[in-house]
Design a protein around this ligand. Sequence first.
Ligand SMILES: Cc1cc2nc3c(=O)[nH]c(=O)nc-3n(C[C@H](O)[C@H](O)[C@H](O)COP(=O)(O)O)c2cc1C
Length: 459
Amino acid sequence: MKFLILNGSPKGEYSITLHTAMFLEKKFPGHEYEVLHVGKKIRAFEKDFSDAKKAIERAQAIIFAYPVYTFIATGQLHRFIELMKASGIDLSGKIATQITTSKHFYDITAHNYIQENCQDMGMRFVRGLSADMEDLTTEKGRLEAESYFKRLVFSIENSIFEPNRLMKSQNTLKKAEPSKNAEKTIGGRVAIVADLKEDDEILESMINRLQSRLPVASSVYNIRKINIMGGCLGCFRCAAGGKCVYTDGFDRFLREEIETADAIVYAFSISDHSMGARFKMFDDRRFCNGHRPVTEGTPIAFIVNGDVSCEPNLSMILEARSQVGGNALSGIADSASDVNAQIDAVADSIGFMIENHYTEPQNFYGVGGMKIFRDLIFQMRGLMRADHRYYKSHGKYDFPQKNRGTIIKMQLVGMLMNNKKIQAKMGNRLNEGMVAPYKKVLENLKESEESGGGTEGKR
Ligand SMILES: Cc1cc2nc3c(=O)[nH]c(=O)nc-3n(C[C@H](O)[C@H](O)[C@H](O)COP(=O)(O)O)c2cc1C
């Protein structure tokens, strides 16, 4: 087989992910391999795509090899996919697969994104390899990489491909109607971070309606117009002090304009099953904040031109990023149905959340994501000093061994439960014991209400 490896890491030949691909090349020498450093050389491919086009045409199978960057692929690979689609190459029938390295933080959404785009281009997709960034250095990791490649060849030989993930929208995307200006009765400021192209009338109309309808002052930051010199280089120079190597002032902009807002709205048109390459570049550059949920407690919302109901992976990304950031989700309004009502609901919810300092518990996306970060930062605290300081001062190191009370209590309960005689006499006591602390909360509430207290208005 002729394999083309698209190396989406901005680190080029220093990419960890590429080393997994190179390992497989050495292990399976009976095939031909070619590498394109699309992450590092994206600027050159933007200027001239012809060499890439020829390489893609030569290949029988394409391996997308890239690091997972903020829930998806790198901004540079996003851009390359845009260029691939725009080039008009006929990829139908070609085989595609993927290799990633990461800490498994939302590797799943990254994999879905690549699969969706390959299937958009008519390629037949073989399930990929999602390796931990350390895996190649372990025996188990190397074995798994080899197994993946054997399965890849087996799948190709036996025509075993992934089912199509694509969903086609039946809805017509509609502009939002203008709304009369709501009085700005709530103090504060909403930052609307938008990827607004000049001809994107639908998104513009949605943003206009939102601004009119919001009961809070708002400002729009069009990321098309702000100076971003390039995508994240993955150099980790920001790890110690949070300062990016680029001198375009992006980190200052982020910290002074966006992260100080009382609510943040992200507005974009769905492009290639994501927020688009420009937004991805913006998101990747936010890595100067490391793994610190610096806007924790700030509500966020999404204004989307497109049909979100047909993009389950993107929906997951939107919810997950609000969850991991500790941001209550005020809503996702799209242009596919009831656009006016959806925007109004988002505007009203933002007002409510700001006024009431609304927060909510994290769900699986948030709790799971933060546990991966917690363990990662603890292990890498020597390098990721800014993250470590933040995690320590914000109580993010909530390792299980700290809950000593619960551990001892459970040991006692376990001992009792192990005793058959006690078990026989136990009746409903376990349930009673477990619910006792919750009962106490209700009793305390009753007492405080009887003595004229109450909870309302006590925040
Ligand atoms: C900007 C940036 C974003 C990242 N986002 C994620 C992420 O969302 N999930 C994850 O598990 N790892 C994430 N990582 C870690 C990389 O995926 C990991 O270090 C990878 O192995 C790097 O591979 P490479 O050397 O091929 O570039 C991120 C790293 C950087 C620099």
